[in-house]
Design a protein around this ligand. Sequence first.
Ligand code: ACO
Length: 352
Amino acid sequence: MDTSICSIDGMEGILRYRGIEVEQLEQMPYDAVSYLLIYGKIPAPQELEAYSRKLREERYINREILNVLKVCNYGTEALDSLRTAVCCSAHMDEEKDDSSMEANMNKSIRLVAKFPTLVAAVHRYKTGKFLIAPDEKLSHGANFLYMLRGTVPSAIEAEAIEKDFILSAEHELNPSTFSLRITASTMADIYSAVITGLCTLKGPLHGGARKGVMDMLDEVASHENAEQYVLDKFSRKEKVMGFGHRVYKTCDPRAKLFKDIAKKLADDHGDTQWYDLAERLEQVMYREFMQNKGRPIYPNVDFYSAVVYKYLEIPPELATSVFAAGRVSGWVSHYFEQYSHNRVIRPRANYI
Ligand code: ACO
């Protein structure tokens, strides 16, 4: 399948959105990266201002959807509630029966704008707290942390979550995006496609691994226990969450960037417990993999992002949904690309 949205060089560890390397993209605001993914070009200052304004206007959630969220008492995975909220949003969208390009663009902006508000609302209801309205003065990421935690994040925290959204935004034909493109290829509507992506992201071998890493950090608790934890996993032939990748044969470039963000947060918080533990897990995994399989294994995007979430006080059950709040820009871009040169995706099976 051809795409002009994203390219990955799995041997060299290079990831580009629309031809631009992620190391450069993470210096931009999320709004600009979202615009780049959807419209295919870096926005001019006035285009970015107009796009950011639309996102700010669309952050608010309809009262009926909030009422539905109140009864979605999720257990260990908040994505179940987010998925329900997106399903309800499809019913409530004023342009639901309009499949024109303009209406689909409006819907995609609504989805990008509302995902963080929905994720924050899901968590505030679950923990019995009152909802916090979006703050129009804050960036996309900082506003999310504000709605989630109820306090304006520090500059370093705001930068961290903005970069998290950017680095999570797109990754070519990963399982959730591929499944979304299959739905899009049947000419189904954009909400149906995004819901498909959400469902696929949930699995622990894909986006759900971020929660798996957070659970692992809690379980291991200290860098002194890391070695034994990995040895036990190897002896039981179990996978260690946050390591390995189908495409990268070297370190995932996003893992390196997330590691830097985690270090900055750890130093800023004056608490290196989670960072030290993660780094020790990385060292032991590398060593054990070399010894047992004669090749290295590296952390993937979910590993150090989970450490970042620990410092940002994002609970594990929210991790996959926060990932989705960044990824939604990539998903809608693939929806448009599929729609514009469509051929139904229908592989054949090998009958045995
Ligand atoms: N821990 C321990 N061993 C591993 C790991 C791991 N994280 N990943 C791969 N291996 C081992 C396998 O056990 C297997 O060993 P074997 O050859 O002795 O049977 C070998 O490496 C190949 O494993 P596969 O699962 O076939 O590798 P593949 O490239 O198909 O899978 C995947 C990639 C699914 C990401 C895998 O590495 C994994 O399950 N990792 C843990 C889950 C995870 O972090 N997922 C997030 C991926 S990034 C994302 O989707 C956002």
